[in-house]
Design a protein around this ligand. Structure first.
Ligand SMILES: Cc1cc2nc3c(=O)[nH]c(=O)nc-3n(C[C@H](O)[C@H](O)[C@H](O)COP(=O)(O)OP(=O)(O)OC[C@H]3O[C@@H](n4cnc5c(N)ncnc54)[C@H](O)[C@@H]3O)c2cc1C
Length: 414
């Protein structure tokens, strides 16, 4: 048992305690709640507003939201759509992915602030009496005995300690997972050769529309995502070089971008200071074993994805769906075994590894040469994007990953 170092003000019991209300935790919380499983979801932040964290909702997640009856509500919120992805270098343009060819009611990546997606998921989950969301609940301890996790201890906004006891605890607490650390679970990291400086610039009526535009040239690499009124721009830099870029002043960023994407030159002066940018320290990592008795890691806590393809949210959501598919019935019976937890990992590991391998390949073949000024359009890219039998493959992988994950529907408990 955890040493009693602090007085605990309250203890609550539930079937499943989820730590972290990001995409993975919020989706799993909702799926379990609608199946009648008692759930407590703990989130350290006071709200869902956060610095830019990625705001792409891929067809796999849109299909899930549709199954849950939430897709039309999401579409009523202001959003952008990305239907195609182009790679532009010099005067050449290659269509990397055309989602319009896919058989899905949602042949596009939706772009909207992640907070809006999380608010929708949380408000839907809160319709169920067996679901409880606690904000400002900063989890600091695992409650353990004899090698088994029995719940967590958290500090509330007034620094008071509380305990949640549950037969199953889910660590959905993101890339710096406190629970992973407390459980002594290691993750193996690789440092891709780049970091990304994210910011937004206005979109104008005659700009390219409903697309993601990748520009490579002159030792620079940038990704532009249509976000409706704005472009979300990822300016890719060599790993660890942000301090040097910053030292050169904001003009260096403006002129690098203006040279690479000439039609943005008329608005780069909207970048006035470094407060407008968020720097993503690009990392890729994987935990070998996602579980121990009473504890399961999902989402970024189990694997941090590189930003290539912008798939982090959707991979996290797919983990949550697979966890719900496997664990709902054992949780309803109140008898989750470690074999059940291992089955969740087993169902997800292959897809996660394949995506990470593909990301590594693209980083090494496109991003690295792009940043060192040695990029040439590779033959295999021209092949994949022009041969009819292969042409849809990148779009399918982007939309659904290597394996389509669907929610197996138990009758919702209402
Ligand atoms: C700058 C940036 C840009 C990105 N761009 C994209 C993109 O365009 N598309 C994309 O798909 N992905 C993108 N990602 C990745 C994406 O945001 C993550 O892969 C995704 O959010 C992972 O979801 P998650 O639920 O596993 O973890 P998170 O979203 O990290 O959620 C974890 C939650 O746990 C909470 N938490 C952490 N510790 C505790 C604690 N001790 N107690 C209680 N709560 C805790 C956090 O506050 C957070 O709400 C980006 C990430 C970053 C940083």
């Amino acid at each position: 048992m955890e040493r009693e170092t602090e007085p605990v003000e309250s203890t609550q019991e539930t079937q499943c305690c989820i730590v972290g209300a990001g995409p993975a935790g919020a989706v799993l919380g909702l799926l379990l709640a609608r199946a009648g499983v008692p759930v407590i979801l703990l989130e350290s932040h006071p709200d869902f507003d956060r610095d830019f964290r990625g705001d792409t909702v891929h067809p796999s997640t849109l299909e899930l939201l549709d199954q849950l009856g939430l897709a039309s509500r999401l579409h009523q919120l202001p959003h952008g759509k990305v239907r195609t992805m182009h790679l532009r270098t010099g005067n050449r343009c290659v269509t990397l992915a055309d989602l319009g060819r896919l058989k899905t009611p949602f042949p596009y990546v939706m772009t909207l602030p992640q907070s809006k997606l999380l608010e929708l998921l949380a408000s839907e989950a809160q319709r169920f009496a067996n679901f409880k969301l606690l904000m400002r609940a900063n989890v600091q301890r695992l409650v353990e005995s004899e090698g088994r996790v029995h719940g967590v201890r958290y500090r509330d906004g007034d620094n008071r300690w509380h305990e949640v006891r549950a037969p199953l605890t889910i660590a959905a607490d993101g890339r710096f997972s406190k629970l992973r650390h407390l459980a002594g679970i290691q993750s193996e990291s690789t440092a891709p050769p780049m970091d990304v400086v994210w910011f937004r610039l206005p979109r104008k009526a005659n700009d390219p529309g409903e697309s993601a535009e990748l520009y490579v040239g002159g030792g620079h690499f940038a990704v532009l995502l249509d976000r409706g009124e704005e472009w979300q721009i990822g300016y890719v830099i060599l790993k660890g070089s942000f301090a040097a870029l910053r030292g050169e002043g904001i003009n260096a960023l403006r002129s690098g971008l203006g040279d690479l994407v000439p039609w943005l030159a008329d608005r780069v002066d909207r970048l006035q200071d470094w407060q407008q940018v968020a720097v993503l320290n690009v990392e890729s990592s994987l935990v070998k074993c996602w579980h121990k008795p009473g504890l399961l890691l999902i989402g970024d806590a189990a694997h941090v994805m590189s930003p290539v393809g912008g798939v982090g949210i959707n991979v996290a959501v797919q983990d949550a769906v697979e966890a719900a598919n496997v664990l709902t019935e054992p949780l309803q019976r109140g008898a989750v075994t470690e074999a059940d937890l291992a089955r969740v990992q087993q169902k997800r590991m292959f897809a996660v590894k394949i995506v990470q391998r593909m990301q590594r390949f693209l980083q090494n073949r496109i991003a690295s040469p792009g940043l060192t000024g040695t990029f040439k359009l590779p033959w295999w890219l021209r092949l994949v994007t022009s041969v009819p039998g292969l042409r849809n493959l990148p779009a399918r992988l982007l939309a659904f990953g290597p394996r389509r994950v669907r929610l197996s529907e138990p009758a919702p408990a209402r």
